[in-house]
Write a protein that binds this ligand. Sequence first.
Ligand SMILES: [Zn+2]
Length: 552
Amino acid sequence: MAESEAPADLVLVGGAVSTMDADRRTAAGVAVRDGRVVAIGTAAEADQLRGPRTRRIDLIGRTLVPGFHDAHVHPVMAGINLTRCPLHDLAPEAPVYLEAIRTYAQARPAAPWVIGDGWYMSAFPGGTPTRQALDAVVPDRPAFFVNRDGHGAWVNSRALELAGIDRDRPDPVSGRIEREPDGDPSGTLHEGAMEIVRQILPPTTVEDLAYGLELAQAYLHRLGVTAWQDAWVTAEDLAAYRMLAERGKLTARAIACHWWDRDQGGEQVDEIVERRRTGNIGRLRANTVKIMQDGVAENYTAAMLEPYRAPGGGATANRGISFVEPELLKDHVRRLDALGFQVHFHALGDRAVREALDAIGAARRANGPSGGRHHLAHLQVVDPADLPRFKQLDVSANIQPYWACNDAQMVELTLPFLAPGRATLQYPFRSLEAAGARLVGGSDWTVSTPNVMAEIEVAVNRISPENRAADAFLPAEALSLDSALGAFTNGGAWVNHLDSETGSIELGKLADLVVLDQDIARTDPRRLGDTKVLMTLVEGAAVHEDPELERP
Ligand SMILES: [Zn+2]
């Protein structure tokens, strides 16, 4: 089915094409012209549109899928980390860290500070690295490295000097300065003590944010992500997005969520309306407000219907925190909905989920149906009574499948503390789907990986690729491959208001496409996360290309 006979710019032929259209049609060839899909069909049909200047991509043994949507991600935050010296992915050994820091610092002689994060305490005796070790690789400038859990920092002598931390400086009330036997600071600062140095770090400029965002965008394109919803955008972050979009460098489709300041009330709405007005440039849109209704289960701040259990199993009265008082939440959501905003909730505990649904219900009663396409992210615990309300209220379920497994977070920090009977209500993806909820996928990067194929592996197995020998976590809640892929393509496109142009491979739609290195329908489902993205296209233009694409 070709739209016309003019030559295509690009044909992709000979493999599995998962169109992810409403009928889930498959094909073996796709042709692209002027950024749009102009033919879908057999390899021969696509090949017919080849002209002398048409590029041909071989799909044999590969899969072509629509560009991925990440419906909950933090690229600006992630990008700032990418501009710094990351230690996260290295072997947790002092010499490895020191070599990486030396290399990073030497490559950036003009940077006034050397900043990074991600070291493991276990790499150093007593968990406390020394200033002398850091001085050896960064002798000329201050250096500041936060550890992996964010509760401590490793600094060099120059940083201590600039911050005025010496043997005479007392520990701050909220922290501790690790010291040598004679009282001199040894180079590790705990909790509040690291803030003394953090305060004197060079301020992050909008230019810095924009540079980080560009790095994050490249990172996400390498994983096949072509569109996302940035779940927490400040005025400065929006300025960075605008800067990138104005320079023509925003290749992704980005939806910026204005952060709802829970310390304020409705008085912030006018400013959000004004920011929305300035947020439509190129592929940037800014019509969403993010409301964080509760915290996280691991520190008992997720809002629960039933109280948490104490360590050891006793009862407590703690049901977590509703950050916005539920009646006020109804008022705010009613108003935002009437103003045409989409509301993106952080709703993790079952009480937060209910309060968010109640607020959307209030908006529906007051305003009737709207085009806001509201959604609830995280959904760690959902009361069964609330499952059908997603469909009834036309609310999408924004799921983070990577979390639905028996990892340490779950086994050590969550399961022992949930009320009896509530642990089995976690991440109920299959139940939500069965109740008619639209599923949309998100990573919450940098909280966890934005590797969509790894997220899909967990969605279909409920086992982490980081520990494939573990038992499946509530396997009855596993999704099919089609449903999981749908959440990251057409589901995400819906919630991003981009479904008329992206989210499926269809005639006339934008050619936002991803070439995967294997036929994912035939791959061992327990190895889906090993799938590599060979090429990512936005409107037919390559934004990522792996050398393996053009194999001999
Ligand atoms: Zn988040």
